[in-house]
Design a protein around this ligand. Structure first.
Ligand SMILES: NC(=O)c1ccc[n+]([C@@H]2O[C@H](COP(=O)([O-])OP(=O)(O)OC[C@H]3O[C@@H](n4cnc5c(N)ncnc54)[C@H](OP(=O)(O)O)[C@@H]3O)[C@@H](O)[C@H]2O)c1
Length: 326
């Protein structure tokens, strides 16, 4: 089969289209013909071997997993003997992070990493959902305890997490402000943000506005600056960003909560946990993935370069040539 392979850390130039052996599913796995796969921040970091923790976990000098790509959608071709809930022909999607292998014509996955794809959802739409939508729902609902009537701010709103988060937040009857760079503000308005802030022009932590809930994908400020932008009993939730800032939030967050009654929380992704709920929201027209692309499998290096430049909107999706869209 064809796959995009890398054998050393580096820029997208180290990614090569190669012929490799088709994977064989273990007893508890299924073999999936991949129809679409989306790019995540984790793919970008693993490509370069950053931050250092990724090297400790996934290969100190060179990558142990040589095919990246975690958010996949496709059709099951074969099932291992212990698989009970899935069968050949089923259309599925899910986040395979930890195992990766999605930038390829076929990938193996455990049953519990997959959800059934609704018939009305294209493979491209399905591949855009898993990681970004899980971070958005788990950030807003589980850690943020979002409630009707709140003022909510999403910092870093224009890529995967933010574009799902605004659609989910609006279901709760809240007022939502999005922060991103100027080129994305029209798109954010069209997605349902009530207000938008260009971070290159204004600092939302210094504009005397307070928010009941802040969902942050960048975490590039001190935890005290975020606390200042929270209303009384407000909650700041980070899903990712600068490692030093995340460490500061986890160490000083409990102290800030004790002194001020403001909450500082960090999301630990529970992969695929809420995909059934996303299916429900999709089928009732409440969420629609924002897709940039699609690119072909051979264009993954170019798509990764584009991801690194940061000018995309929503999720960058790769469609495989054998894909028959629903
Ligand atoms: N918690 C977990 O378990 C877990 C698991 C997987 C991933 N993650 C995290 O999830 C996040 C993925 O989020 P994502 O892909 O939606 O977005 P992202 O990579 O964090 O960036 C989203 C947006 O932020 C904008 N941005 C850049 N600098 C900014 C600033 N100073 N202020 C406000 N916005 C700014 C970017 O626009 P411009 O480029 O135009 O400036 C871009 O549109 C990452 O932080 C990743 O580490 C967390």
């Amino acid at each position: 089969m064809k796959a995009i392979v890398y054998t050393k850390y580096g820029t997208p130039d180290v990614l090569e289209l190669k012929e490799v052996d088709k994977p064989i599913p273990k007893d508890d796995e299924v073999l999936i013909k991949v129809h679409a796969v989306s790019i995540n921040d984790w793919d970008w970091c693993l490509l370069q071997g950053i931050p250092f923790i990724n090297r400790l976990l996934f290969g100190l000098l060179r990558p142990k997993k040589q095919i990246l790509g975690s958010d996949i959608a496709g059709r099951i071709e074969a099932v291992g003997k212990d698989v009970v809930g899935l069968q050949p022909g089923d259309e599925v999607y899910g986040d395979l992070s930890g195992d990766w292998g999605g930038f390829a014509e076929y990938v193996c996955a455990r049953e519990n990493a997959l959800a059934m794809k609704p018939a009305g959802m294209t493979f491209d739409e399905a591949a855009a959902i898993p990681q970004a939508a899980m971070l958005a729902i788990q950030g807003l609902r589980d850690k943020g305890q979002i409630k009707a009537g709140q003022k909510v701010l999403i910092n870093g709103a224009g890529w995967g997490v933010g574009t799902f988060a605004v659609q989910i937040a609006r279901l709760y009857g809240v007022e939502v402000t999005g922060v991103d760079s100027s080129g994305k503000l029209d798109m954010l308005r069209s997605l349902g943000f009530d207000q938008v802030i260009d971070y290159t022009q204004k600092d939302f932590t210094k504009n005397r506005q307070c928010y009941d809930l802040i969902l942050d994908v960048k975490t590039n400020r001190s935890v005290f600056e975020y606390a200042r932008a929270l209303s009384r009993n407000g909650t700041y939730v980070t899903v990712g960003g600068s490692t030093a800032r995340l460490l500061q939030a986890s160490l000083l967050g409990p102290l800030i909560s004790m002194i001020s009654k403001k909450n500082i929380r960090i999301v630990g992704l529970k992969a695929n946990k809420d995909l059934a709920y996303m299916n429900e929201l999709f089928e009732t027209g409440k969420i629609k993935p924002v897709i940039d692309g699609p690119y072909g499998l051979s264009e993954v290096p170019e798509a990764m370069r584009y991801f690194g430049q940061g000018n995309h909107r929503g999720k960058i999706v790769i469609t495989l040539e054998h894909s028959e869209k629903t």
